[in-house]
Design a protein around this ligand. Structure first.
Ligand code: GCW
Length: 663
């Protein structure tokens, strides 16, 4: 009876294994691995990283084949060999896989390349590709592929929806939770090579010796996986914990303090990555407190690190004392500093100019600072996309940004490729790591895109779903389109047609377009939609805030005229009347109603699709996803009905004929 079920259906699973399940193979893929005994070997065994690669391959292959895997070459065996000092392969983690009917060799220049090659091989095999058909070379497109944890030392995760922090600072350094190893495996399997362990809203005491020893234990555990540790550093630390009267970056005592701090960290962690800094942003201290610039602050810390590490300085700045459009503030502060940052400084820019909305146009800083190393910051945790209960696959959102032509002669991906990408992590203490099974896909997709930003969302969704749930083609043909449309559904039921930041205050969950009484104007949803009886939208053209002028002329031109602006950006850049004619032939009002309805319908369709996929998924995870989809279906209606009721209270209009009635 069991044999009649599609694979994976019988096992109970809680998602802890992520995409590294290595479920049993069948058919040709299984035959290719079982015709003869299987052995996995390397001349470089004994190196910690190579040993991990060997162990991963042996464990994964034995799970997939149900057979033991030999650790030495036997006559007549199918041999998987790791050659990890091959001179013809580049460094930085590159590898080449060369399969044949007799086996497969992973070639790399260094152990880390072998580890990445081993994970790639497991990924291919887990998707059902026969060993002999595997043959290609690969290398990371970007040097820095990082996770940023917004984890506080007390275990709370800012914008975390997957339980408590995975970092057990209390018991470190003596006790290293196994989760720290499993976390490193997951990251290495998708090429992540840097981790900032603490929140950018940083506590200075994380720089104290008692925390440095804890961090050193993590660094030791992760080093063989190719992961370097970084710390978020609080700019005022010389005052907070250093006993100095100032944190002025031009003060010699302050500079000496940071230099000594860096030396102390490097003594414990020779490959420490560096500091991530949120300065003069949302109340955090920074160089402007002393009349200095971001460059003064960043360069001071960069000097302390020297050629040992990197300062990653965030560009997420906006101020309550600046009454210009929030959209324009980071560009205005940073672009004039182009060329002034030290070579070991990176400026980290969020994908869009506001804040991780379901859809934002790319940040105008990309391409506008040719003499500064810019890195992209994406948010894996879904602060503004329904937390972990709403299903939204984010690869299409990141793909949209990465592919965007900045008008400065490069796409966003090309601008950041020489530097890297950071993702705000969605991990937590939940058994499934990410708060929901489908949120694992966002962690996975972030890593894959940082490795290769030219990968399509569809490729990523397909490989993730095959490894995570089932490689059955009928399953994949159904689940992949569902994933690909899921983020657009969220855009439609939350913030269609370029609307943004209408989430309720503070927690950012659920609709609140009516909120307009917060002290800081730019935190009010009404600041963003500007709806009244006549119309709706934010005019960023020269008739409005002129923020559009920060884009290159060719880009600004695409968005200058409401008649020719793609409807997905319409209300982001323009304020139009409720009767504004849309390309669909509908009025703006009718189109808005239509989009909210489409979003709700799309969630209902996801629920129906998922229900049909029960035969392919173990019962535990199937039910967990089903339950989340029920929440999402209710809350999509909440978003639509509350938003429409509010717009109606403003514009006094009836719903267009044929609109489904509220739930
Ligand atoms: O997205 C916003 C969040 C804050 C966050 C801030 C930032 C870490 O609401 O929680 O603080 O951005 O990126 O600094």
């Amino acid at each position: 009876f069991l044999a009649m079920l599609p694979s994976n259906a019988a096992q109970a699973e809680d998602g802890y294994d992520l995409w590294l399940r290595h479920a049993p193979l069948e058919g040709e893929a299984l035959d290719a691995l079982t015709v003869r005994p299987l052995a996995v070997v390397s001349d470089q065994a004994g190196n910690a990283t190579v040993d991990i690669a060997l162990a991963e391959l042996r464990a994964g292959l034995s799970n997939m084949t149900g057979r033991a895997v030999a650790t030495a070459a036997e006559p007549g065996a199918t041999l998987i060999a790791l050659d990890c000092d091959h001179p013809q392969i580049a460094d930085g983690g590159a590898f080449s896989l060369n399969g044949s009917s007799n086996g497969l060799t992973v070639y790399a220049f260094e152990p880390l390349g072998c580890l990445y090659g081993a994970y790639a091989l497991l990924r291919d095999l887990a998707q059902g590709t026969p060993l002999g058909e595997i043959g290609y070379s690969d290398a990371p497109a970007m040097p820095l592929r990082m996770l940023n944890h917004w984890d506080n030392p007390d275990g709370h995760v800012e914008r975390g929806y997957a339980g408590r922090s995975i970092f057990d600072w209390w018991h470190l350094p003596e006790r290293l939770d196994q989760r720290m190893i499993d976390y490193a495996r997951a990251n290495a399997s998708i090429g992540i090579n840097g981790v900032v362990v603490n929140n950018v809203n940083a506590r200075a005491f994380m720089l104290e010796p008692r925390y440095i020893v804890k961090l050193a234990r993590l660094a030791d555990a992760w080093r063989p996986y190719g992961i370097r540790v970084y710390l978020s550093a609080r700019f005022s630390a010389p005052r907070d914990i250093g006993g100095l009267p100032t944190a002025d970056p031009l003060d010699p005592a302050v500079r000496a303090w940071w230099k000594a701090k860096a030396d102390e960290i490097y003594a414990a962690i020779p490959d420490f990555g560096g500091f991530l800094v949120k300065a003069n942003s949302e109340g955090q201290p920074g160089p402007q407190d002393y009349g200095r610039t971001h460059a003064d602050g960043a360069n001071m810390m960069a000097e302390a690190l020297g050629d040992r590490g990197t300062v990653i300085w965030r560009a997420f700045v906006y101020s309550e004392f600046d009454d210009t459009d929030r959209h324009a503030q980071a560009y205005a502060e940073f672009v004039p500093l182009d060329g002034q940052f030290a070579p070991n400084v990176i400026v980290q820019v969020k994908n869009g100019a506001i804040d991780f909305q379901p859809r934002e146009p790319f940040h105008p800083m990309f391409g506008a600072m040719p003499n500064t190393r810019l890195m992209l910051e994406a948010q894996i945790t879904k602060e503004y996309l329904g937390f972990a209960s709403h299903l939204a696959f984010l690869a299409p959102m990141w793909e949209e940004v990465l592919e965007a032509d900045t008008g400065h002669g490069a796409t966003v991906a090309e601008v950041v490729a020489p530097v890297g990408m950071a993702g705000v992590a969605n991990t937590g203490s939940d058994r499934n790591w990410s708060g929901s099974d489908f949120d694992q896909a966002n962690w996975y997709a972030f890593g894959r895109l940082a490795w290769d930003p030219s990968l399509s969302s569809e490729t990523i969704a397909r490989e993730w779903a095959a490894q995570t749930f089932s490689r059955a083609p009928a399953f994949l043909d159904s689940v992949v389109p569902m994933m690909l449309g899921s983020r657009e559904a969220v855009v439609d039921y939350m913030t269609p047609l370029g609307l943004a930041h209408l989430m309720d205050t503070g927690h950012h969950y659920g609709p609140a377009p009516w909120v307009c009484d917060l002290e800081r104007p730019e935190w009010n949803p009404c600041y963003y939609h500007r709806a009244d009886a006549h119309g709706i939208g934010f005019d960023r053209t020269e008739r409005g805030t002129h923020a559009l002028a920060q884009y290159a002329p060719s880009v600004a031109a695409q968005w200058a005229d409401p008649a020719t602006t793609d409807p997905i950006w319409l209300l982001w850049f323009h304020r139009v009347s409720w009767d504004h004619p849309m390309p669909s032939g509908r009025s703006l009002w009718a189109e808005l109603v239509h989009r909210y309805d489409s979003g709700v319908a799309a969630v209902d369709a996801m629920a129906a699709t998922w229900a049909d996929l029960a035969p392919y998924v173990d019962a535990q995870r199937h039910r967990a996803v089903t339950e989340n989809l029920a929440i999402q279906a209710n809350e999509a209606r909440w978003w639509r009905d509350a938003s429409l009721a509010y717009w109606q209270s403003v514009n006094g209009r009836e719903l267009p004929a044929g609109t489904p009635s509220p739930a």
